[in-house]
Design a protein around this ligand. Structure first.
Ligand code: MG
Length: 158
């Protein structure tokens, strides 16, 4: 049996914050606001994995009111989720995702993001696909106010 789940997240861009996407820090003037490290891509992946496993959403597992998760490394949260699905006899087969961001262009970073997420998911590169697109000047992404991410994960039961 295989199971699919989707995830979506968005975070606001702000001064004085780091920009971390899929565990990779992208240099630049603006970063993402949030309770944790605000890794919008990893949050979307976590929700996709939780969705496929029928385990709710990221907010239920890691509430943003909980001080334990302040500035948390989102890859560690993903690792916790992977341990939970493993307990349920499930494993991730593949992940595909899209980052929506106006600037900087993510072309030079996509491979590093793919490798970083793949390392945490313990999946070979071809099972972790990372795509990037801009907002073409439209909406909060296009105006450079924030970054959004979509992910889909497929899981298999042992
Ligand atoms: Mg988030």
């Amino acid at each position: 049996m295989s199971f699919a789940g989707i995830g979506y997240d968005s975070h606001r861009l702000a001064q004085g914050r780091r920009l971390i996407l899929g565990g990779v820090e992208i240099p630049g003037e603006l970063g993402l606001e949030g309770h944790s490290d605000a890794d919008v891509l990893t949050h979307a992946v976590i929700d996709a994995v939780l969705g496929a496993a029928g385990l709710g959403d990221i907010g239920e597992h890691f509430p943003d009111t909980d001080e334990r998760f302040r500035d948390a490394d989102s890859l560690c949260l993903l690792t916790d989720v992977l341990a939970e699905i493993a307990k349920a006899g499930m494993a991730v087969v593949n992940v595909d995702c899209t980052i929506m961001m106006e600037a900087p262009k993510l072309g030079p970073y996509k491979q590093a993001i793919r490798m970083c997420l793949g390392g945490t998911l313990r999946l070979p590169q071809e099972r972790v696909n990372v795509k990037a697109t801009t907002g073409e000047g439209i909406g909060f992404v296009g105006r450079g106010e924030g970054v959004a991410a979509l992910a889909i994960a497929s899981l298999e039961q042992g």
